[in-house]
Design a protein around this ligand. Structure first.
Ligand code: INI
Length: 155
């Protein structure tokens, strides 16, 4: 039985990154991890377009517009929603996740969910370059893998 998977070789094309300014201390670290991972995998910074939005709730609209544009191999969404900081955590986190998934399904372009959803600031920081890696870096890898997987399936 044939098995298909995407590798981590540098894909052609441009990548859009939508990042939320809310909790910027964390999301800037996610962007740094994302950018460095692209560069170390052979996608130079001049093939990355970064778009800042106010909060994670605004990510899906931009993600969809960028994916629809036909200009990008994939769109990467970076945000940070911390339960301790908000009573409407469930709405922001849930709608961000649902909207990001919708953007991918509606356009056929990989739209990657690099939005941290945590209980505490410490959990968020640990996933943005401290004890538990960098979710922005993971998101870049997921984008590369998905682009290469789709290309392989289409071949
Ligand atoms: N946006 C976030 O990205 N993270 C949060 O933790 C957050 N909190 O705490 O409320 C947050 N709120 C803003 C929201 O994303 C929108 O920008 C705002 O509601 C305007 O639509």
């Amino acid at each position: 039985m044939p098995a298909y998977e995407g590798d981590f070789s540098a894909p052609a094309g441009r990548f859009a990154i939508v990042a939320s300014r809310f909790n910027a201390l964390v999301t800037e670290a996610l962007w740094t991890g994302c950018r460095d991972t692209f560069v170390r995998h052979g996608v130079p910074e001049d093939r990355l377009d970064l778009v800042w939005v106010p909060g994670s709730f605004e990510i899906p609209l931009l993600a969809r517009k960028l994916a629809e544009s036909g200009r990008y191999a994939a769109v990467i969404c970076l945000g940070c929603v911390i339960r301790g900081e908000t009573g409407h955590y469930d709405h922001v986190a849930g709608q961000a996740a649902a909207g990001v998934m919708q953007a991918g399904l509606a356009t056929g372009v990989p739209v990657i969910f690099g939005v941290l959803t945590t209980e505490t600031v410490e959990q968020a920081v640990n996933r943005a370059g401290l004890k538990l890696g960098n979710k922005g870096a993971d998101a870049a890898l997921a984008a590369i893998e998905m682009v290469n997987l789709l290309k392989r399936l289409e071949a």
